[in-house]
Design a protein around this ligand. Structure first.
Ligand code: WT7
Length: 659
């Protein structure tokens, strides 16, 4: 583990919880929060067991809360059975929620479609019955590669209803990425669409699936089910390819949910690590659902009258927990959006909040920063031009939110009436871990504040010892919690090594550096491993390097992050070619080729912003690339430290020039 922890800027402003929320919130007041924390500390099993009994519908009740006999392979509610889709849909039938709007879907072009909980249930059942008829069953795995749509939520619930483990692949990922995941999960089913609409343009999806399957090793795939989004032309493999509407046609609108064990893998979601290929983060059914449900209830203070909107894509964990599962389990009405925040103009989010009277809004710092810039340049799309008075809570996720962006969000979007919920969590944690609670927590711009009840977050040193408040260290979680990652799909050794290093006393290692202030508030300082965070998307430096070196022109590449005003971090790639150093226009051409190559290998989000060519990379005499120096060079700063251990110090000057 490397330590590159710097101190964060001191931020002194404190905003007390709003009195109205202290009275009415689902966790009302600091005393209520402290009581839950104390309950969890006194008896973790009593606490989690009580919540799991009170909040979930079990087909077979559990008798054991936590099985710790084989750490870190924890089992929660391990002898219980339930179905997650049943807990999100069927539970509302026969209640006032049955005919309530579940999803308000706004398409890229502004068309709005709505479904009630009853309609959503029926659509899930028809499609599920269709898949059942095709022989799909509990234990199968499906890849879902769909645009933001009601169909995406339906597809996820169809899988879950039948006990099929899904793995959603973000629509911006390449055929190569789909292929990797298809093979790794051993999928027998793929659910995709013809095309997706973003910013007024149709972008194809199915060709990437066809290409992925043709790369080989996907013999398990029996069907590709296609949602007709645009009606654009698609190639068709007879016998394998089926239209989603044909699969569902004529099927019964009731389909009993298949009970699964609490630990049954609900989904596998790939995320980047510091080494090797993306990791298939395996989540459980019951523990995950419990936390998805509770965190929406607690952090987003779910109320029946809410119109909730999380702007994430279902291809990320945020879209799983805070679109597909948490809001539905709570019976909320939620907005889902197909398009991009800047189309037809950068006022789209504000216009949608106004149109749908959104009360709870959850987005990413990168969106906030870019919309701040846009509204400074174009006053007519400034949030104050819209009626945002329906908002009561505004949330942030994915990367540290700097105090300036926090203040802008608080003032211009929240009208100084809405708490900003800076939620810290990860793909692996399943749901929020450290976050303000609307009726509890005094806010400090830039801090994700305090851990949720039951979450034993701490800052430790290299040996797992607690560090004092005010000192930087590794963010860990000391005790298991129900929604935690269960395994890396097919790679238990990597799971242990990545998250439970032996020197850390069995604590869960998050991979972030952080510190606590004198009030015990957490301040996240970013990753301490070779993981980048670009616009809230996680990317391994090694992944981007492997993509670069697989290009025939590239001999060697090193990738680092550089702070960026809009995207948080930007990717800078240092590249050694197999030919002589390109100059001028030629360098521009080669750099473009390499960017396009990375987009094809991984996806456009992984494109390096800055490419630097050199005849070599800075290395120690033993041949190790000095990334520490590259980070300095990437920022355009001068290297002032001693470089005498470098094999080739002159190379730093060459690498300081951008193409
Ligand atoms: C990494 C996890 C959480 C779902 C979306 C991203 C960073 C996330 C915050 C926050 C500071 C944050 C961390 C974390 N991160 N939320 N509120 N403040 N940093 O999930 O792709 O698994 O990325 O995102 O570095 O480790 P992910």
């Amino acid at each position: 583990m490397s330590t590159q922890i710097k101190s964060v800027l001191v931020e002194n402003r404190v905003f007390p919880a709003f009195p109205e929320l202290v009275k009415t919130a689902n966790i009302a007041g600091m005393e209520a929060y402290k009581a839950l924390v104390a309950e969890a500390q006194a008896s973790p099993e009593g606490f989690w067991g009580r919540l799991a009994k009170e909040n979930l519908n079990w087909t077979t009740p559990f008798t054991q809360v936590l099985d710790e006999s084989n750490p870190p392979f924890y089992k929660w509610f391990g002898d219980g059975e339930l179905n997650v889709s049943e807990n999100c849909l069927d539970r509302h039938l026969g209640t006032p929620t049955e005919h309530k709007t579940a999803i308000i879907f706004e398409a890229d072009n502004g068309d709005v479609t709505q479904v009630t909980y009853r309609e959503l249930y029926n659509r899930v059942c028809e499609f599920a019955n269709g898949l059942k008829a095709l022989g799909y069953k509990k234990g199968d795995r499906a890849i879902i590669y769909l645009p933001m749509s009601i169909e995406a939520v339906v597809a996820m619930h169809v899988c879950v209803r039948l006990g099929i483990t899904h793995s959603v692949v973000f629509g911006g990922f390449s055929s190569k990425s789909i292929h990797e995941r298809l093979v790794d999960v051993g999928a027998s089913l793929v659910i995709t669409a013809d095309e997706q609409m973003r910013g007024g343009k149709a972008i194809t999806l199915k060709p990437a699936v066809d290409e992925a399957i043709s790369m080989g090793g996907c013999e398990a795939v029996r069907h590709v089910v296609v949602y007709k989004r645009t009606g654009g032309a698609v190639n068709w493999t007879e016998g394998r390819d089926l239209w989603m509407h044909d699969v569902a046609k004529g099927q019964s609108a009731d389909c009993p949910a298949v009970p699964v064990n609490a630990e049954h893998p609900l989904f596998i979601l790939y995320t980047s690590g510091s080494t090797g290929k993306p990791k298939g983060v395996q989540h459980s059914s019951a523990g995950y659902l419990l936390w998805a449900m509770l965190t929406v209830k607690w952090a987003f203070d779910a109320k029946p009258s809410d119109v909730y909107w999380c702007t994430a894509d279902v291809g990320w964990i945020t879209g799983h927990t805070y679109i597909a599962y948490g809001p539905l389990a709570n019976g909320l009405t939620q907005v889902m959006f197909e398009g991009v925040p800047t189309y037809p103009n950068a006022g789209r989010f504000w216009e949608m909040i106004q149109r749908h009277k959104v009360t709870v809004f959850y987005t990413a710092p990168t969106a906030i920063r870019s919309l701040t810039k846009a509204s400074e340049a174009q006053p007519d799309v400034h949030p104050r031009k819209y009626d945002l008075s329906s908002l009561r809570l505004i949330g942030s996720v994915g990367e540290p939110i700097n105090p300036e962006a926090w203040m802008w969000y608080f003032k211009e979007v929240g009208g100084e009436r809405c708490p900003v919920l800076d939620t810290w969590w990860q793909t692996e944690t399943g749901g929020h871990m450290i976050t303000p609670l609307p009726g509890v927590t005094p806010l400090k711009p830039g801090s994700c504040t305090l851990p949720l009840p039951g979450i034993e977050a701490a800052i430790v040193d290299e040996a797992g010892g607690d560090v004092e408040n005010g000192m930087g260290g590794f963010l860990v979680v000391k005790r298991p919690w129900p929604a935690m990652i269960r395994n890396i799909w097919g790679d238990p050794e990597r799971f242990k090594k990545s998250y439970f290093p032996p020197e850390l006393k069995g604590y869960y290692l998050a991979g972030d550096g952080a510190q606590r202030d004198a009030d015990g508030y957490f301040w996240i300082m970013g990753r301490v491993d070779d993981v980048l965070n670009v616009s809230g998307h996680r990317l391994g430096t090694m992944e981007v390097e492997s993509a670069l070196v697989s290009h025939p022109l590239v001999a060697e590449a090193a990738v680092v992050g550089r702070p960026d005003d809009t995207t948080g971090e930007a990717i800078v790639a240092f590249v050694v070619l197999k030919r002589d150093l390109p100059e001028g226009d030629e360098a521009v051409q080669v750099a473009k080729q390499l960017r396009d190559w990375v987009a094809k290998e991984i996806g456009p989000i992984a494109k390096p912003k800055d490419i630097r060519f050199g005849e070599n990379l800075p290395k120690t005499r033993s041949g190790k690339i000095m990334r520490r120096l590259l980070r300095i060079v990437a920022k355009g700063e001068e290297v002032t430290q001693d470089v005498s251990t470098l094999e080739n110090p002159a190379i730093l000057t060459q690498l300081s020039k951008s193409v």
